[in-house]
Design a protein. Structure first.
Length: 57
């Protein structure tokens, strides 16, 4: 359901966060995806969730 490639995942997640969800927890719950896996995959390309901006930067 969500992209496997980290760069595509970054784009997908940030779009969803910007347009549909108030925070990462809400998105993960609604899409039934593992938050830790997303954080880990995006961390490998040096992106981390910024709660105040509600996006990975």
């Amino acid at each position: 359901m969500i992209p496997n490639d980290p760069v595509m995942l970054l784009s997908f997640v940030n779009l969803k966060l910007r347009d549909f969800y108030k925070d990462l927890d809400s998105m993960c719950e609604d899409l039934d995806v593992n938050k830790d896996e997303i954080v880990q995959k995006l961390g490998k390309i040096d992106y981390h969730y910024d709660k105040e901006q509600n996006k990975f930067v």
